[in-house]
Design a binder for this molecule. Structure first.
Ligand code: NAD
Length: 557
């Protein structure tokens, strides 16, 4: 049959243009209500017969979803179920996540999202997010215009090189920006249509993926040097032109690129790196709150970090900023932060020190292991950001408890299996005296007649609120001071009842109020410092709360 004939022939199937309004709404995840369409709406939208006759409330739908999730045999199955729900009924998805945030966060984000990324090529079902690859070079602006929501206000972008603690997952790292933006909506109420997840596919060095015919990314090794930089730069410029004023969060880039890109773009783009700055703020908030348990002062703390990557250096930088606020010079403040990395104690004179580590390479005799470093430096706080499990050994924790009445021990590496020690080990080996927090959740621990509830130093306490504050105030920039302010806000929201149970963070179930307060404080900084042309409202917190998305169905008339 000729092409002309084909064109003339009328469609035998109903084309999407001919579908009536109701069916379109039923298949649009943003507008769909499933069995919650009212009798009236079913009549008006011609949905009678297309839905089971019983009208359910959203609360009843939530019950069904919870039943289904809890019946699934694995977390990955739960993740797939939740993503499928997000694809067909976004409001219901967010209602479930928001009402059960402690239960759902480990599924839609770490640790399950990591497993989902590792399996991404096999579990892939429906497109979500936006891909920009090396093949798009020269056309990035044009293709960004294909994104259907013109009001994108926040982009989370990764190149997939360092996904959580799992390494290079190439284009399959897309689960991370998707998951992170779901948290922006769930935790801080940034409307889903304003969130844009982006994968910058520059290739992968992961052999397993390159040899897998189902891999979704481009088949080549990672671009480096100018080939890489040109794509990143084209993307940054295009994103700002297509979505004016957009906030860009860079996420899970390899450590050298992360520090480099942050430095390169933070001064001319509204941009931050959660792995560096967000982690810095959440950990420093935990340390500030710990002072209320230990009775110490920030100025007297000596912190030893295991791991001198994005997270460790990010925390040290925010800690230094906090000490500077207290009148300590930057140089002296840095001397209160010490690092042990894969090569032992970071000290002056050691070979090949990476640029981001240089400010923390102090004069000291070289020591090749953590235990001896702990004994030599006698830190008040030990923070694990090495991705190396069980490195806070019994001897290390006992040494910390030897010279500290209340040693601060944060095992922050993710996922749970990578934690430097477990909550139980920290409490047991310190005779119940450790002030403990972790990156991934640990169950409460019974020790003697006390039950400790370990706090989770989850970045989700910080980045959604900071992002919300920047968006609401239309700030042109994201500053280090905003992260420090966020750390203070978070620490102030830890209640005495939390501290009594050993928890240095508020419960995750309070996350919406936490994010709103952080957003208000960040927005206030933007107004006060002239980072925005928008006039300051009378009540900044009310403005923030007003903006926040709530998962409520629309009414169709
Ligand atoms: P990174 O790759 O940038 O840095 C890892 C660092 O660990 C490097 O300095 C490396 O030298 C060091 N290291 C590796 N092996 C070591 C060993 N055996 N002994 C001592 N040091 C060793 O990674 P990152 O982004 O800094 O993340 C590190 C860890 O922190 C990850 O597990 C990540 O999940 C976790 N993290 C937690 C939070 C949180 O709890 N909120 C936030 C961000 C990152």
């Amino acid at each position: 049959m000729s092409v002309a004939k084909l064109k003339e022939k009328p469609h035998t199937n109903q084309s999407s243009a001919e579908l009536h309004r109701g069916v379109k709404i039923l298949h649009d995840p943003i507008r769909n209500k499933g069995t919650a369409f009212t009798e009236d709406e079913r009549e008006k939208l011609k949905l009678r017969g297309l839905l089971p006759p019983r009208v359910h409330t959203m609360a009843e739908q939530e019950l069904r979803v919870l039943g289904n999730i809890r019946a699934k045999p694995t977390d990955l199955e739960r993740y797939l179920y939740l993503i499928a729900l997000q694809d067909r009924n976004e409001n219901l998805f967010y209602r479930v996540v928001m009402n059960h945030v402690e239960e759902m966060m480990p599924i839609i984000y770490t640790p399950t999202v990591g497993q989902a990324c590792q399996e991404f090529q096999h579990i892939y079902r429906k497109p979500r997010g936006f891909y920009v690859s090396l093949h798009d070079k020269g056309n990035v602006k044009e293709i960004l215009q294909n994104w259907p929501h013109k009001n994108a206000r926040i982009i989370v972008v990764t190149d997939g090189e360092r996904i959580l603690g799992l390494g290079d997952l190439g284009a399959d790292g897309m689960g991370i920006p998707i998951g992170k933006l779901s948290l922006y909506t769930a935790c801080a109420g940034i409307p889903p249509t304003e969130c844009l997840p982006i994968m910058l596919d520059v290739g992968t060095n992961n052999e397993k993926l390159l040899n897998d015919p189902l891999y979704n990314g481009i088949e080549r090794r990672r671009a480096r040097g100018s080939e890489y930089d040109e794509l990143v730069d084209e993307f940054m410029q295009a994103a700002k032109e297509v979505f004016p004023g957009v906030l860009i969060q860079i996420e899970d880039f390899g450590n050298t690129n992360a520090f480099r890109l942050l430095e390169q773009y933070r001064h001319n783009t509204c941009l931050f790196d959660d792995d560096i700055q967000g982690t810095g703020a959440v950990a420093v908030a935990g340390i500030i709150a710990s002072m209320r348990i230990t009775g110490g002062n920030l100025a007297d703390q000596k912190i030893l970090f295991l791991g001198a990557g994005e997270a460790g250096i990010g925390i040290a930088d925010v800690f230094v900023a906090a000490l500077k606020e207290e009148g300590i010079s930057e140089e002296d403040a840095r001397k209160q932060c010490w690092f042990v990395d894969s090569r032992g104690l970071l000290c002056a004179g050691r070979d090949n020190i990476a640029t981001h580590k240089e400010p923390y390479a102090h004069e000291h005799e070289y020591i090749d292991n953590l235990l001896d470093t702990v004994k030599a430096l006698k830190p008040t706080a030990l923070l694990g950001l090495s991705g190396q499990p069980q490195t806070f050994t019994k001897e290390v924790v006992e040494a910390m408890a030897d010279f500290n009445e209340r040693p601060i021990i944060f095992a922050l590496s993710n996922p749970t299996s990578m934690a430097e020690c477990t909550a139980e080990q920290a409490y047991t080996w310190s005779d119940g005296r450790a002030v403990f927090a972790s990156g991934s959740p640990f169950d409460p621990v019974k020790y003697g007649d006390r039950t400790f509830v370990p706090g989770q130093g989850n970045n989700a306490y910080i980045f959604p609120g900071v992002g919300l504050g920047v968006i609401v105030s239309r700030s042109r920039t994201v500053t280090d001071e905003m992260f420090l302010r966020a750390a203070h806000s978070l620490a102030n929201m830890v209640k005495i009842s939390d501290l009594e149970r050993g928890r240095v963070y508020p419960p995750l179930s309070d996350i919406r109020q936490v994010s709103a307060q952080i957003a208000a404080d960040v927005a206030k900084m933007a107004y006060d410092n002239g980072f925005t042309d928008k006039p300051e409202p009378e009540d900044v917190l009310a403005e923030v709360q007003e903006y926040m998305y709530r998962p409520i169905y629309p009414h169709y008339v």
